[in-house]
Design a protein around this ligand. Sequence first.
Ligand code: 5GP
Ligand code: ZN
Length: 114
Amino acid sequence: SDDDRQEDCIFCRIVAGEVPSEKVYEDETVYAFKDANPKAAVHVLIVPRRHYASVAELAKADPDTLAHIVQVAQQIADQDFHGAYRLIFNTGEDAGQSVFHVHAHVLTGQVLPE
Ligand code: 5GP
Ligand code: ZN
């Protein structure tokens, strides 16, 4: 909702349609779009519409939406690559998190290197 919106958050702006993105999937609680700098043949980001800084915050506040994100990742991989995928939540700057609106990286569409 607007109440939970973070004004300077790029992913809040993408969810609101203020910044263009290549939509892959959307519903009432999540929005999925192509990563601008793909690291695999299919590299999708899935975000909750509501702003949470990290997967830890999301897990605590709204575990149903976290479970739903996993199900959406599975659906994307079922369509694009016989159900095989890698799901990554970078958590904390020192782990490579650069956008502090929780997002699942879904890497699929090819055999993934270790
Ligand atoms: P992190 O490093 O936080 O785990 O991942 C952030 C991801 O968001 C990066 O893979 C980066 O390419 C992607 N990204 C950052 N800004 C944008 C944007 O404006 N549009 C899209 N489609 N992806 C973005
Ligand atoms: Zn946000």
